[in-house]
Design a protein around this ligand. Structure first.
Ligand code: HEM
Length: 501
């Protein structure tokens, strides 16, 4: 009896002690939470007074996100990314005189840069070389490939190899859609997208991009442990599995062929190499690249090189189909270059002669930049155009709005290719028009992309006329990682009536 009583009292002591510890821990956690929220709220109040911003309540946990309706019915059925772009444009309009403004996603400030002077100060030097933390959400897909890597890209031999690849190889394109172009130039294989309209690979590239953007703007998706428990996280995992599986299988197959001494068509016969061939050769000779390094770079190029160019061409064709006078001028130019010959392949001189088409593509990238925003992290405290920017700040270059600065582009919504006549560009600020970004981390595929766009669009317009069926105000773009139409672009295509026929 005594011993039972003693045991009971010891057990009771243990329970009370554990309970107390748990209680104290909860109080501590609560206090830490409150202090953190207060710290960020004070930080927000301080910087909201310095940076132009729409005011948000001191303890408003969502920040400016609370102004966005996440309900589909409030958005007329348009995707969240279309609404985000519209809100971004509305904010830019509110702060149209300012070089930059801030928005708060939860307690995290994002500084939005939308005028040339501030953009130049941000991205031309080395202070903000680092891509900001939102690019970390691309890591599960692209690892630390060139796009997501930090630091100076000229510093590694791999980067030099990649840059030389882009500009140093003779790549001749034929009339094929851009996902096929990019799969042939990066992987050295043809994805059968023409036959199956959309293969799983292409679908997965697009869907993975959409999901990653949602992750960036919705704070409760930021935490890996929660995100991957949700259906959307599992869906991303599935698409990444498809993407990585495909690239890895091509790498293995090609490596086996190279090791067994079997001649690789790309390398031996055509002397034109796919990116993967270049990387694999390097891998086998120098032994400083792993299979995964190759996979990351190839995936990066497939991501950066596919959607950007295909959306660029889609928007350009849409604009050409809207403005008849523009299309007539392109037809005249193409007739001057090719005459009635609709079959002759395009050569480099032809590309140089397509000066009007060049201006049309530039104007289309002005109004519909394939990459509407890029982000940077400021590495050391700085001051830009009079605004203090603390170390670690997340900065967004809002290319879509930069290109609509009416002090640089009067009547900015007007589609006018002559803005890019040499005399009209002569005095323009070099950072006022940057569809391929600028500074040390600009696009390494820009010459390739422009060449590809000219070849494909001229091939279409040599043979057809195109008419866009939806006016611009009924086709709001969506600001995903890439600028896409929020509904399909409908066009009518007819064979051209030639004067001689
Ligand atoms: C119309 C087509 C294209 C546009 C508008 C475009 C635009 C851009 C932009 C704005 C960036 C900067 C991204 C950032 O800082 O976050 C970028 C980077 C990059 N682009 Fe492109 N791009 C296009 C086509 C291509 C093509 C065809 C390739 C490859 C074949 C390519 C490869 C890359 C790579 C590897 C980077 C990362 C560079 C770095 O961070 O150092 N791009 N591109």
């Amino acid at each position: 009896m005594i011993s039972t009583f003693t045991m009971l009292s010891v057990d009771l002591k243990k329970t009370v002690t554990t309970g107390q510890v748990l209680g104290m821990l909860s109080i501590l956690a609560f206090v830490i939470c409150i202090l953190t929220i207060l710290k960020y709220a004070i930080y927000r109040r301080r910087y909201s007074q310095i940076w132009p911003a729409r005011k948000v309540g001191f303890l408003n946990i969502l920040g400016n996100l609370s102004e966005i309706s996440l309900k589909l019915k409030d958005r007329n059925g348009f995707p969240l990314s279309a609404l985000i772009l519209q809100i971004g444009c509305a904010y830019s309009y509110l702060f149209r005189e300012s070089q930059l403004f801030s928005v708060w996603i939860s307690f995290v400030p994002f500084l939005i840069f939308k005028k040339a002077e501030a953009v130049e100060a941000l991205i031309s030097g080395n202070k903000s070389m680092k891509k900001n933390w939102s690019y970390n959400f691309l890591h599960p897909w692209l690892g630390t490939g060139l796009l997501t890597s930090i630091g100076d890209r000229a510093s590694t031999s791999l980067s030099t190899l990649l840059q030389n690849f882009s500009f140093g190889h003779d790549i001749r394109l034929q009339w094929i859609p851009s996902h096929i172009v990019i799969s042939k130039t990066t992987l050295g294989v043809t994805i059968g997208a023409q036959e199956n309209s959309e293969t799983q690979y292409i679908q997965s590239v697009s869907r993975a991009g959409d999901i990653i953007l949602e992750r960036i703007v919705i704070p409760w998706y930021w935490f890996d442990f929660l995100f991957y428990l949700l259906p959307i996280g599992r869906e991303l995992k599935y698409h990444l599995g498809v993407l990585h599986g495909f690239t890895r299988s091509v790498i293995q197959e090609k490596k086996k062929k190279l090791l067994s001494g079997e001649k690789n068509n790309n390398i031996e016969k055509r002397k034109r190499k796919a990116l993967m061939d270049v990387l694999l050769e390097h891998h086998l000779q120098m032994k400083d690249l792993t299979d995964e390094d190759i996979r990351e770079e190839v995936d990066t190029f497939a991501f950066e090189g596919h959607d950007t160019t295909s959306m660029g061409m889609s928007w350009a064709l849409y604009n050409i189909g809207l403005y008849k006078d523009v299309q007539e001028k392109i037809h005249e130019e193409l007739d001057r270059i090719f005459g009635d010959d609709t079959e002759r392949p395009v050569d480099t001189d032809d590309l140089k002669d397509m000066v009007y088409l060049d201006r049309v593509l530039k104007e289309s990238q002005r109004l519909y930049p394939s990459v509407p925003v890029i982000a940077r992290r400021v590495e050391e405290e700085t001051n830009i155009c009079g605004y203090p920017i603390p170390k670690g700040s997340s900065c967004i270059v809002f290319i879509h709005q930069l290109h609509r600065d009416e002090t640089v582009f009067p009547n900015p919504e007007k589609f006018d290719p002559d803005r890019f006549l040499p005399e009209n560009c002569a005095n323009r600020h070099p950072y006022a028009y940057i569809p391929f970004s600028a500074g040390p981390r600009n696009c390494i595929g820009q010459r390739f992309a422009l060449m590809e766009e000219k070849i494909l669009i001229s091939a279409i317009l040599r043979n057809y006329t195109i008419e866009s069926l939806c006016p611009r105000d009924k086709l709001p773009p969506s600001c995903e990682l890439i600028l896409r139409p929020s509904i399909p672009i409908l066009v009518r295509i007819r064979p051209r009536q030639r004067h001689s026929s």
